[in-house]
Design a protein around this ligand. Structure first.
Ligand SMILES: Nc1ncnc2c1ncn2[C@@H]1O[C@H](COP(=O)(O)OP(=O)(O)OP(=O)(O)O)[C@@H](O)[C@H]1O
Ligand SMILES: [Mg+2]
Length: 415
């Protein structure tokens, strides 16, 4: 790949820095094309075979036009363009061919979707015009996509905000009854221990004053009504109920911290507790597919927006849950050095192939089934982390899982 990159030649750069990918097995043809395009604000990438051309296409995201020869030893121009169309369907493709290949060139237009063919030796002005048209076509197409993407992104932000508001409403509704249930159980727990104390006092007194017949009668009643079991189990039942409602209270509190993700509320935050909040909310989903291991080192507080960071961690945790094959393993690590704090979510799932390692951060990129993922999780998360002056890093080997690390500066001014 580095060989392919090193072959880049640049003329003046266009505003969008779009490149033309020229593929031809004849070094002289590539040289002449580079020379010709130097006169224009075009960047040129060259490849001497179809395979090299495809490798460049996979590694570069700023190619705005493909110009290919028809006769090449490793694959025909038609085959190359067909494969290129699979990798990057939106990039306009042109075929450059000798007189004798015209029938094949027409084939390339039909099968490989070339929008134009040019004959060798070419007319310089005609070729330049063809290239300008192709790049213009691509720019118009990109702008169109960008506008649509922007609209979708705004719509999804709005959706996120309304989900946040809904969550806040639900959390509020649950919180009211929950607070008196918690308080009543606590009071009842105290009442119950006082009742237990009173009953043992009463028992002592009766032991001293009641007749043996009366004591036998009392013992029979106690056995019939299972009083000792009630006293023993009662305390346990109360403790369990208290634990349960306290857990609900925690979920509600975490849910509330997810609300108002758009509000500019920056504060000094314990990032580990953000991660824990996110984990509480998705733990049910994760429990079914993976065990979660925690390697937490004490972190200094970071000046940030907790609601937004919760969202980042939730996205990473959900993605890890999707990536693993049950029973999988997810490891959460919190650590820091002098300048940064690092929160990493690692999984032992499928990993991210190198050719997708940048694309997964693009908005709407998803490999999940249609209708399952919006492809916005990582792009929104990365935006949030960058807005905090940090970075969302990926390290992965296919088959060996992936680690997404949120790297944040230790002292952070309000962005
Ligand atoms: N831990 C991971 N392991 C392997 N691939 C991952 C992992 N996390 C993300 N990906 C890849 O990145 C793609 C984009 O992720 P992203 O979170 O942006 O969107 P999504 O999960 O597909 O959909 P959404 O999050 O919007 O529901 C995923 O479809 C998946 O291919
Ligand atoms: Mg996701």
């Amino acid at each position: 790949m580095s060989k392919a990159m090193s072959r880049e030649e640049s003329g003046q750069q266009s505003a969008e820095q779009l490149c033309i990918l020229c593929v031809d097995d004849e070094e002289n043809v590539l040289k002449s094309l580079k020379y010709l395009f130097h006169s224009e604000p075009f960047q040129v990438l060259t490849a001497s075979s179809g395979h090299e051309g495809l490798a460049i296409l996979q590694s570069r995201h700023n190619i705005g036009l493909i110009l290919s020869d028809q006769r090449m030893p490793d694959m025909s121009g038609t085959t190359f363009l067909q494969k290129a169309a699979m990798l990057a369907p939106d990039i306009p493709r042109m075929i450059l061919t000798a007189y004798m290949d015209v029938t094949a060139a027409i084939d390339a237009m039909n099968k490989g979707g070339a929008y134009r063919f040019m004959l060798k030796p070419w007319d310089e002005e005609e070729l330049l015009q063809g290239v300008r048209d192709g790049l213009q076509r691509y720019r118009l197409h990109r702008n169109n996509i960008r506008t649509t993407e922007e609209k979708l992104r705004i719509r999804s932000q709005e959706k996120l905000t309304s989900i946040g508001q809904l969550a806040a409403g639900v959390a509020h509704e649950i919180n009211n009854p929950l607070s008196y249930v918690v308080s009543n159980i606590r009071i009842f727990s105290k009442y119950f221990s006082r009742l237990q104390e009173y009953l043992s006092l009463q028992q002592e007194l009766l032991n001293r004053t009641a007749s043996p017949e009366q004591l036998l009668e009392l013992a029979a009643g106690e056995e019939r009504l299972d009083v000792s079991l009630i006293l023993e189990d009662g305390a346990e039942l109360i403790a369990e109920s208290l634990q349960g409602v306290e857990r609900v209270a925690r979920i509600v509190r975490d849910l509330k911290s997810f609300t108002r993700v758009d509000a500019p509320e920056y504060e000094l935050v314990d990032i580990t507790s953000c991660l824990e909040s996110a984990l509480t909310l998705v733990s049910n989903e994760l429990r079914a597919v993976a065990t979660v291991r925690k390697e937490y080192h004490d972190l200094p507080e970071v000046f940030c927006h907790p609601g937004q960071l919760n969202l980042v961690f939730m996205n990473l945790l959900i993605n890890a849950g999707h990536a693993v094959t049950p029973p999988g393993r997810i490891t959460l690590t919190c650590r820091h050095d002098d300048c940064f704090v690092y929160v990493a979510v690692s999984d032992d799932g499928s990993g991210v192939p190198p050719e997708l390692s940048e694309r997964i951060f693009e908005p709407f990129f998803t490999t999940r089934e249609v209708g399952k993922g919006t492809g916005l999780g990582l792009s929104i998360s990365s935006d949030i982390v960058v807005k905090h002056g940090g970075e969302l890093q990926l390290s992965s080997t296919v088959g060996n899982g992936a680690t997404f690390t949120v790297k944040l500066p230790r002292t952070q001014e309000t962005p």
